[in-house]
Design a protein around this ligand. Structure first.
Ligand code: APR
Ligand code: ZN
Length: 371
């Protein structure tokens, strides 16, 4: 155990109803029982941060943004025994409670006891305060767009020291979600055909997962030529621009439909087009998170008649404690080129510009470095 005794001044990227993202000074309390302080060395800019900033997901409290990060443990509270000061770690945004029935069943991504989705620490508190001593809440229980976070031990996953922090950051969300969608949610068999709609950080990770397990063909679809070029480099065998090609017709014409169709945008029209891309018996996987409250519709006769399925996928159906070290080791063994996902590496102060680039589909995954 190693506990600094008083709150530390820092800076963070915050969002409060309609204001932000902006940098402001914050105070970070020392870790309490079961909590760990981690110095953030790299943090990714994910569409789930953008969902907050653009109002897709209403934020009911002032937040420290960011939920995809890696760093070094700097202090531990009482009763922390799984990590120690100096450990290199990836943070998991879905810190499981460890006690609910889903945790007991090994489905940590469906934990019903987690407070992460309420943007608090497990005890309902926050370690962050603003300059007026008002609470700032950790987005998805982490709030990583800052220098030092205080998080529950269950969110802290030790990884090998050789793992670059930028890769570790992306393992915290997009990679684990995308590769997990292939291997855990859909359990894609070798030789299956698959299409990936949307090739951002999550979609490109799906392409990598499909390549890893030996899917063929792998068809990547995106509006951006840059994303399609990267998808081809990572294993896509065909790339399609949806504004030039009618994707369902193309897939039916060339392959009789595909076995698996992954949607990694969270956009209703693309979600609704998935069944028409599938062969009979095929499976659509909803990986992209839609805006709160939207509805999509499907032809139930076609789904029943053709034996097509639709699967929901949260966090790649991953138990972070198991999947993140596994994926880190696949990268270190040269079997999963995760560093290829890294786009612009920029200082924390450029968070707003990075989110703006993300909203316009510019560039690969941005990484912020708190200096
Ligand atoms: N057709 C094809 N591609 C599109 C379309 C479209 N109509 N609209 C957007 N795209 C592409 C963008 O060009 C971009 O490459 O979808 C991709 C989305 O990627 P990102 O914005 O980088 O989002 P990412 O972080 O990968 O997350 C995707 O998964 O976890 C969820 O909340 C997350 O809903 C989000 C989704
Ligand atoms: Zn994310």
């Amino acid at each position: 155990m190693s506990i600094p005794s008083r709150p530390r001044p820092s800076n963070a990227v915050t969002f409060r109803s309609g204001i932000g993202p902006r940098i402001e000074p914050i105070q970070v309390a020392p870790p309490k029982r079961g909590q760990v302080s981690v110095q953030i060395r790299a943090t990714g800019v994910c569409h789930s941060d953008l969902h907050i900033v653009n109002g897709d997901w209403p934020a009911d409290k002032p937040l420290v943004l960011g939920h995809e990060a890696a760093g070094v443990v700097t202090a531990t509270g009482p009763e922390v025994d799984g990590v120690a000061v100096g450990d290199h770690v990836v943070l998991s945004w879905f810190a499981p409670c460890g006690n609910c029935l889903n945790c007991a069943a090994g489905r940590a991504w469906l934990c019903t006891g987690t407070k992460a989705l309420e943007n608090t620490l497990p005890d309902g508190s926050t370690a962050y305060a603003d300059a007026k001593d008002g609470p700032l809440w950790p987005y998805l229980g982490l709030g990583t767009f800052t220098h030092t976070v205080v998080v529950p031990e269950s969110a802290v996953i030790p990884v090998p020291r050789e793992l670059p922090f930028e890769v570790g950051a992306l393992l915290g969300c997009s990679i684990t979600t995308g590769v997990g969608a292939v291997v855990n949610t859909a359990k894609v068999p070798v030789g299956s055909s698959a299409v990936v709609i949307g090739c951002g950080g999550v979609g490109l990770s799906i392409v990598m997962g499909l390549r890893l397990i030996g899917a063929n063909p792998i068809i990547a679809v995106d509006l951006s030529d840059e994303k399609l070029a990267k998808a081809a480099q990572l294993g896509a065998t065909v790339t399609l621009q949806p504004d030039q090609t009618d994707v369902p017709s193309y897939l039916q014409h060339h392959y009789g439909g595909v076995d698996f169709a992954f949607e990694a945008i969270g956009r209703v029209p693309t979600i609704e087009s998935l069944p028409a891309m599938l062969a009979g018996g095929g499976t659509a996987v909803l990986v992209g998170m839609a805006a709160a409250g939207v509805r999509a519709s499907f032809d139930p006769f076609e789904l029943a008649d053709q034996g097509k399925s639709i699967l929901g996928c949260n966090y790649g159906s991953s138990v972070a404690k198991i999947e993140i070290p596994k994926l880190a080791n696949l990268y270190l063994a040269g079997l999963l080129p995760l560093d290829q996902l890294i786009g612009q590496v920029r200082p924390l102060g450029e968070a707003a510009a990075a989110l703006d680039d993300l909203s316009r589909g510019i560039g690969l995954r941005s990484i912020l470095i708190p200096s």
